[in-house]
Design a protein around this ligand. Sequence first.
Ligand code: FO1
Length: 318
Amino acid sequence: MTMPPAAPRTVVLTGGVGGAKLVLGLAQLLPPEKLTAIVNTGDDFIHLGLAISPDIDTLLYTLAGKANAAQGWGREGESWSFMSALRGLGGPDWFQLGDGDLALHVLRTAALAAGRTLSQITADFARAWNIGPAILPMTGARVATMLATDAGELDFQHYFVARRCAPVVRAIRFAGAAEASPGPGVRAAIAQAEAIIIAPSNPYLSIGPILAIPGIAAALAAARAPIVAVSPIVGGQAVKGPTAKLMAELGVPVSNAAIAAQYRPFISALLCDTRDPPADPGIAHAAADTLMHTLEDRVRVARAALALAASLGKSPRP
Ligand code: FO1
């Protein structure tokens, strides 16, 4: 069901699995022309000569109903002939490329080589799969999330997949972010938004790169729309991925106050989970059951985030 015509023009900053879940919930509530996702590309890397954009692909699969929900990435009903042939030749098999998934990487690599932009290629794929909401890469420039760990500096995929998040993280940097410009349509979407939502992605690994792009940070600071973040913490633990371990290693308490601090000065409110103590996160906040297993869960959290944004009204910027 979609909301009445008053549905707010909404922008959502997203990365990873948790983010894609919320975007799907928002897509059930908002007409497609009123929903724009700005997606992290700090996880992107070149593997076997192929341009891989995991957070864009996870969102494409999720909005097209093709996602392997149990696995969190890649497509449902995947086959693995390529990987088995690759292994048989002694190729690197730490990063799994499914036969269907390969089509995205091969076409993206060929299109980039032919001079098309990541933004255009992403729109091509969305159109091919009849995805209505706009999916905008945060930038077209090369930005790489790099982690300084006790096993040396690792790029995101070597940390997250090859090493399964085991190394102890000392610091994170987003190589190239300071020099990167926002991707096509990103600034305009933020300026025209009536609600801006930060999805419950990993603040340090998936949202951090987006906020590290100067033009995006400036657009958010100047935005008329209220900015609401959905906390990735549920019941004192992070739901997916390495968030809680990472926060401990970075010396940050696993708390909503820490999440709010991480997103200051951008956000006006934080949507917390009902399981967490009502400790004041130091910012306007609301509570909802933010665990998202079913489609109804995703819609519930999306509705709660939009309601919190609406409650803040359009703060007329001075
Ligand atoms: N995550 C894994 O844990 N193991 C993999 O082999 C793997 C392969 C892979 C291939 C394409 C793709 O788009 C994502 C893939 N992911 C894999 C997930 C990837 O590491 C993402 O960066 C995470 O989902 C976090 O955003």
